[in-house]
Design a protein around this ligand. Structure first.
Ligand code: ME8
Length: 509
């Protein structure tokens, strides 16, 4: 069984499209794994402690519990409308999670890697992290939050990271696939060229109330990252197969949080005598049109709920899957709407024209055809390309490759129809009967193959196509992405429009 995780998101505001991005990609990985016969345990959730949440709660006038419950529901409802099949929704205020965090703290404290000392440093409230001068931009701002850090001086507990640096460097070098894409492994190796400073893992209760109390000093709560990272272990803590899950674990995230995940987290685990996560997959940022990272603090976010209301879930899922990259991508409602139109012209058009042709020339019954060599080759070609794309989806680049292979397959079949002109064949019946039957069968079987391969990315659209073809959901497996499996004689249903025309004003944004 595979264990797939997203970051747990800060619920100090409503979820934005960046949260939808990673969570959609995790869902695609989960569905592909399932289609390949591999079970998955997929977690996502919210990171409910820390100063930012505390400030948001105070501002809201709600009780802590009410605020957090509401926000957890907002995130869940977004994930439901995105068709995310998560198996567990993490909340770091849950007792079970807190207990595991305290176990980590206590054990690492007893091993002597945690020391108490006075410290003065630059603290970014957005990152909830101490920063070095070299982490800031030329104006002295945190590059992610465009804000100057504040000077904080206090006595705190520190986790000694330096004793683990050589081990971590070796681990990265010996496991070139650990962090993907490799570019980010190089970035981490560069960070590891300098000695690692001790990590401040406590915050005085006088400053931060919302956190997990240190089990060895109740005047402090733990640093939010020490708490949050442990979710990956606490979520499977009581599972009988947790070791097997951990050995097949994949953490997904944006490039903003590779340092905690690829430096602090493996060292925390090592100090506990545990293995690092099996794989880390990293994507770039979604930016606003100006190229600046979208974030709640900057206020340049695209609202995923609004996007879903305009173009639906599948167009958004496919947009993310096609464009996922280690580089940043500029996102606006307009380019998602343009993508919707592309899907309408590509998949939507193929579906509608194929079904209409079958209706017109075969009264919706799939013919029992002897395939021409050309038709048989086309089916073999698209099924080979899609099945190999599906079998190799283990990282973000391969999700994008699958998505592009799907768009490519639809284009090929669309140009095949235009080239073959079944309507001309129909004018020369009966001598063209075999050719026409072969062509119509090829169209319907292509739709079947494409819909199965589309399922992990755009599950609703795929299910609509398969439903039209009277194909059972149990048949959505990679094994069925082979040519000529559509049963002759089946009466297909009337095709529905997959991507209806949008209201004019939504395209003018
Ligand atoms: O960092 N572009 O939470 P967070 C791409 N609680 N991805 C984005 C994005 C954007 N503009 N904005 C958000 C935290 N994301 C911590 C994580 S995990 C133990 C603790 C996605 O709400 C992306 O996955 O700031 C990014 O890494 C994550 O949300 C940050 O979410």
């Amino acid at each position: 069984m595979k264990y797939v995780t997203t970051p747990i998101y800060y619920p100090n505001g409503d979820p934005h499209i960046g949260h939808a991005y990673t969570t959609i990609l995790g869902d695609v990985l989960k569905r592909v794994a399932n289609m390949n016969g591999e079970d998955t345990f997929y977690t996502t959730g919210v990171d409910e402690h820390g100063q930012k949440i505390q400030a948001a709660i105070e501002k809201s006038g709600l009780s802590e519990q009410e605020f957090l419950d509401n926000k957890a529901d907002v995130f869940k409802s977004l994930f439901d409308s995105l068709d995310i099949q998560y198996d567990f929704f993490v909340r770091t205020t849950a007792d079970k999670h807190i207990k595991v965090v305290q176990e980590f703290l206590q054990k690492i404290y007893e091993s002597g890697y945690i020391v108490k000392k006075k410290y003065s440093g630059l603290y970014c409230e957005g990152c909830e992290m101490f920063k070095r001068e070299s982490d800031l931009d030329e104006h002295g701002n945190c590059p992610d939050h465009q804000k100057k850090p504040i000077v904080v001086e206090e006595e705190n507990y520190f986790f000694r990271l330096e004793p683990f640096r050589d081990w971590l460097v070796e681990h990265i070098k010996n496991n070139p696939e650990w962090i993907q894409p490799k570019y980010f492994a190089t970035e981490i190796l560069n960070m590891l060229k300098e000695p690692l400073e001790d990590l401040c893992i406590s915050r005085p209760v006088s400053r931060v109330k919302m956190g997990v109390p240190l089990p060895f000093d109740d005047k402090y709560v733990t640093y939010i990252w020490f708490d949050a990272l442990v979710n990956y272990v606490s979520s499977i803590y009581e599972k009988p197969n947790k070791d097997q899950l951990w050995a097949n674990s994949v953490h997904l995230m944006g490039k903003d949080i590779i340092k905690p995940h690829c430096i602090y987290w493996p060292i925390m685990l090592k100090a506990m005598g545990l293995e690092p996560v099996h794989k880390v997959l990293v994507h770039g940022f979604l930016t606003g049109e100006s190229g600046i990272k979208m974030s709640k603090s900057i206020g340049n976010v695209v609202d995923p709920v609004k996007v879903i209301n305009t173009v639906g879930t599948d167009a958004l899922r496919m947009f993310m899957s096609t464009n996922v990259s280690d580089r940043d991508i500029a996102v606006s409602e307009r380019n998602i709407t343009e993508f919707y139109q592309l899907m309408a012209n590509n998949i939507g058009n193929l579906h509608m024209r194929s079904c209409k042709l079958l209706e017109k020339y075969k009264s919706n019954v799939v013919p029992d055809a002897k395939l021409t060599d050309e038709d048989s080759q086309l089916l073999t070609q698209i099924s080979n390309s899609l099945s190999s794309a599906l079998k190799s989806v283990t990282n973000f680049a391969e999700i994008s490759a699958l998505s592009n292979a799907l768009l490519q397959a639809c284009s090929e079949v669309n140009s095949y129809v235009s080239r073959k002109e079944p309507w001309s064949m129909a004018k020369r019946l009966p001598e063209t009967q075999d050719e026409l039957d072969s062509c119509l069968y090829t169209l319907m079987d292509s739709l079947r193959i494409i819909a199965i391969a589309l399922y992990p990315i755009a599950p609703n659209t795929a299910k609509k196509i398969l439903d039209t073809l009277q194909i059972d959901q149990a048949d959505i497996t990679v094994v069925n992405v082979v040519p000529a499996k559509l049963q002759a004689g089946v009466q297909i249903k009337e095709a529905s429009i997959l991507f209806p025309k949008l209201a004019v004003d939504s395209t003018e944004k």
